[in-house]
Ligand binder design. Structure first.
Ligand SMILES: [Zn+2]
Ligand SMILES: [Zn+2]
Length: 333
């Protein structure tokens, strides 16, 4: 089968490799679509020993003994490997399983290939009427963002600021609009992304040209009810504290592995009853709930799948992604 490897410095090599063989309790999935993710950037630059790709949807073509998912099932791939037995897994919260031995597509070969092996319990069945692309969008783009927003009780907010409108931030915009948050402001550099946000009925703020804090304070002297940080940088984390109102909530969705030091100048951290949510991925019940929101017309995701490339043009897909003028880039084998 064809599979892509990241060789470092942006070099991508398409190789012919043996089709993987599922072991007991595992499925073989024929990949239909794999989303390009911002979290791939590190391995795109640094290189990676395995086949990358972790936002996958496709069709089951082989099922071993003990698998519940039938051959022919259309599924999306839940990436946290999880034990299936602990209290978290029993509640569908594989993202919180304390026994998770890594993530599919990171600690195993991923979806930039024609086929991929996954544990049976990581197959999330797609309902009729949900496309493979929507299945991919229901993972990192909408799944990750809606999980953090649910934990932050976003449905109680009248006003929200989304900082950064990449795939996760735009997923947040779509979800906030779906649950009826009246005023959604979006701070972002790319005019392309600001245009998509505007299409959702959000208020665009050009982060490089406008005074973001000034714009927020004009309409909300005390700040907004909810700030969604979807960049993953210290300046935007602190900006969240500056712009959330007392009693409000901050949902940290951006990937940030650095140190967060308490800044004495930012007394908001200490004295304002701020609910701070740092979330990871999403739960399996939420995936099914989000499918229903799409099917009943509440959650509109189609404009989030902005570009599509064949696997043979994976490098072009990354160039498009790195330009910043995309939302979710899909790759199809
Ligand atoms: Zn991702
Ligand atoms: Zn578990």
């Amino acid at each position: 089968m064809k599979a892509a490897y990241f060789r470092g410095n942006g070099a991508i090599e398409l190789c012919d490799v043996a089709q993987p063989v599922p072991g007991p309790g595992e499925l073989l999935i024929r990949v239909a679509a794999n989303g390009v993710c911002g979290s791939d950037r590190k391995i795109f630059e640094g290189g990676f020993a395995r086949i990358p790709g972790h936002e996958v949807a496709g069709t089951i073509v082989e099922a071993t003994d003990g698998c519940v998912t039938p051959i022919g099932a259309r599924v999306a791939v839940y990436i946290p490997r999880h034990c299936g037995a602990c209290v978290y897994c029993q509640a569908g919260k594989g993202n919180l399983c304390p026994h998770k031995p890594g993530l599919l597509g990171w600690s195993t070969d991923g979806g930039y290939a024609e086929y991929m092996v996954i544990p049976d319990r990581n197959a999330l069945p797609l309902e009729d009427g949900i496309s493979f692309e929507e299945g991919v969008l229901l993972l990192d783009t909408v799944g990750t963002s809606s999980h953090g927003l649910r934990l932050a009780h976003c449905e109680t907010a009248q006003s929200a600021l989304v900082i950064g409108a990449g795939p996760v931030g735009m997923g947040a915009v779509a979800y906030l609009k779906a649950v009826g948050v009246a005023e959604v402001l979006v701070s972002e550099l790319s005019p392309y992304r600001l245009g998509i946000a505007e299409g959702y009925g959000a208020i665009p703020i050009a982060a490089d040209k406008e005074d973001v804090a000034g714009r927020i304070r004009e309409a909300h002297p005390y700040g907004v009810d909810l700030v969604v940080e979807a960049v993953g940088s210290l300046p935007t984390i602190w900006q969240s504290f500056d712009l959330v109102k007392p009693g409000g909530a901050i949902s940290l969705l951006g990937e940030y592995w650095g140190k967060v030091e308490l800044d004495r100048a930012k007394s908001e951290w200490m004295i304002n009853d701020i609910t701070l949510i740092r979330s990871f991925y999403f739960t399996i019940p939420e995936f099914h709930e989000n499918q229903r929101l799409i099917l009943d017309g509440t959650l509109e995701v189609d404009r989030l799948a902005s570009h599509s490339y064949p696997l043979t043009e994976l490098r072009a897909a990354y160039d498009a992604f790195l330009s910043g003028d995309t939302i979710k880039v899909m790759v199809t084998p």
